[in-house]
Design a protein. Structure first.
Length: 114
């Protein structure tokens, strides 16, 4: 596991995800930055990235050793990715053993950039 490099930082748009209670709605994006004043909330594994167009991310958590939650995201530097790129990203997650039966596309239509 390597620390996040500068190329990874910046804005990523959510293309698809395994639903998470803390994320709802449309036009979802993330802006990654290095913060030394806070500790990371949880594990965050970059399955693959080319730094310029797509990244595939996985995270999981256990609550009281009773409940296990998987999180996965396909993120792009633009709001839309080619279908073949999304298919490839899903294949990588499946190879890692992630169940994608609940994977959902994020609506990025009509979104405004700041």
């Amino acid at each position: 596991m390597q620390p996040l490099c500068q190329q990874y930082l910046g804005k990523w748009y959510e293309i698809e995800k395994l639903p998470a209670s803390f994320e709802r709605g449309k036009c979802i994006e993330a802006n990654y930055a290095v913060r030394k004043d806070i500790a990371p909330y949880g594990s965050y594994w970059v399955v693959t990235t080319d730094y310029t167009s797509v990244t595939v991310v996985y995270s999981c958590t256990d609550i009281l050793r009773l409940f296990h939650f998987d999180y996965a995201w396909i993120l792009g530097r633009s709001r839309f990715l080619p279908a073949e790129t999304v298919r490839y990203a899903k294949e990588l997650l499946i190879q890692e053993g992630v169940d994608l039966s609940k994977m959902k596309a994020t609506d990025q239509t009509g979104c405004k950039d700041n």
